[in-house]
Design a protein around this ligand. Sequence first.
Ligand code: UD1
Ligand code: UDP
Length: 377
Amino acid sequence: MRPAFVFGTRPEIIKLAPVVRAFDELGVESLLIHTGQHYDYEMSRVFLEELGLDDIDHHLEVGSGTQAEQTGRAMMGIERVLMDEKPDVTLVQGDTNTVLAGALASVKLRIPVAHVEAGLRSFDRTMPEEINRVLADHASEILFAPTEEARENLEREGIVENVYVVGNTVVDAVLQNSELAEKKSNVLERLGLKSGKYILVTAHRAENTDRKENLEKLVEILENLPIKAVYPMHPRTRGKLGEFGLMRRVEVIDNLMITKPLGYLDFLRLERNARLIMTDSGGIQEEAIILNVPCLTLRYNTERPETVKAGGNVLVGLELDRVLHYVDKLLTDEGFYSMMATAPNPFGDGKAGERIAKALLNLWENGELKVTTSRFI
Ligand code: UD1
Ligand code: UDP
């Protein structure tokens, strides 16, 4: 059997690495296709190196662009590779433009698509990611839902066959790398940070960065944080702060340390040792609850509602008062802090990669890894 992996951004590399590793352990060699949606060293190569994926078979160098430019270029490149290589299945992960491109190019060549992290829904159609999720799920033959809630979302849309609830591969990634991170990373020493004494911030989503009034709200939040904060900044945010003339305001904040995006080992160590995390990232909402660190999500909705239900995550949006209320509560109210920090991890046991690889191998051995010719919804 020969599986093809299509990925292009930081979170896809992190969350697919455990699946590649699981196939390796079963003696199955994978075809690795990198679209190049992310291309800076610290957004891509650092993860390939740290996670043992530096043997990429095809680099497509798609780069940045409008939604259609990026998706279209990726589709053309992926189609060419899949026509040449003829893998048995194409795996995609998550909700980026790379995922949509990989799913569409593959299913139209009648190569079945396996969607890892299927069934997530924010129900917010203004997010490009929501469009990508829905379309990728409907183009997929095999759906690996991380949770029962995600499976129910698929069922509501009529997708019931070949749906496996396997947990989220992010747990595998955290378990496989966090001990190594504590041993190998010197990020706290390098940045002069003390465990439990800082807030870790990340924000990069289009809904928070692409409109000046929203980005200004983020800046105002950063200006008012009561303790030290560290912000490894995504290039999208850096670009938009520059474009809207807001960079100077951020640079002069005393309590705030801005860094380049960090490698996975450094970032995991920063997460684990933070007093709390403020983020609009999907993956970081998941990692926070896995690592027992309270999370305040700088969004008004989430496709990871399990984290909120479990009590480890609060949606604070970009509302300054609400953000500061929860930051203060987490710094001063030990009972509240420990309630959030002990919220149970809803994303499984860290064996999702193994389940995915075994399920696909089993389908292949039974001759069932193929695109169905008709589907009624
Ligand atoms: C993409 C995903 C988002 C995911 C994020 C992970 C889509 C629609 N969005 O958003 O869901 O959370 O990846 O980090 O697919 N840039 C660089 N260097 C890079 C990559 C990007 O400078 O290596 C800059 C460019 O100015 C680019 C901008 O960041 O225009 C945005 O990059 P893009 O890939 O379009 O989307 P992300 O914001 O990274
Ligand atoms: N991450 C990292 N370095 C950073 C910021 C994030 O290694 O400087 C990791 C983080 O641990 C998580 C993933 O990147 O596994 C999340 O990616 P991102 O926030 O870019 O995307 P999203 O999950 O929102 O799609």
